[in-house]
Design a binder for this molecule. Sequence first.
Ligand code: NAP
Length: 280
Amino acid sequence: MPKPLRRAGVMGWPIDHSLSPRLHRFWLKAYRLEGAYDAYAVRPDGLADTLRSLAAQGLCGVNLTIPHKETALTLMDALSPEASRIGAVNLVSVDPQGRLCGHNTDAFGFAQNLLSCGFERTRGTAVVLGAGGACRAVLVALQDMGFTTIVLANRTQARAETAAQALSSPSCPIHVVAWDDLSEALSVADLLVNTTPLGMAGQPEIVLDLAPLPQTASVADVVYAPLDTTLLRRSRARGLKTIDGLGMLLHQARPSFKAFFGQDPDVSQALREAVLKEVG
Ligand code: NAP
């Protein structure tokens, strides 16, 4: 008897912007796997019922995107440690008992992207801009990689303080400073990370003096549209190593593909090019 088709997908509202179907379908084809990955527009008020009926709909799991990632926390039967720490779920798998298990793969994606770009420093100081969902994933990733100090700055300082309070640890404290007072922290930074949408197409540019950064520092951006943000261009002009946001997007999808279809996929140049065509 033929094996039933593995079906998965991504749920959001709206959902048309999602790159996940292109990514997962690329891998299904590359690995010649029988499976389907589709986009589902799910209204916020319909999320709980939709998730409860995943197995009945023939889905082995789903990814969640805006605006469902935080709401889903309360709808899971079990949460991974990363999902609890980050405070958001972007992967839901259904276990053999039909229970919903919530995971978050963004921290994995960020760390794997850094490592795949040859960034191997596992101790040191990181300066992080932002305090939203992407930021919390980056903070968790940096702590788990072994960074020993994180300095956090956000437009709304109170939000940065909430994130720092939730995630600060003895082995990697998170200090909040005002955006305009970053120069001292930048002067000892091993890594600067932008987790805000600043620099994204249609958004203002980041206003930040990069001069204090040591010559050995690296600069990472989570923005991937455009791929080469002004922050990254300015950093390269200073001779600094840069890491773009597309790799995080591609690597964060790997654990989902493995959970849905049983294969840990490669992030290849061909995949980057296929996804870049969509990003423009
Ligand atoms: P979010 O939860 O809405 O948080 C946005 C953060 O950026 C907040 O800290 C916000 O500050 C700050 N911000 C927004 N507009 C700003 C402005 N004009 N000036 C200064 N600060 C501003 O969003 P998110 O989910 O963290 O996403 C942030 C970015 O990361 C987006 O561009 C998203 O596409 C990207 N992202 C990329 C990946 C990837 O895989 N590469 C994954 C996730 C997200 P306030 O607190 O003051 O509002």
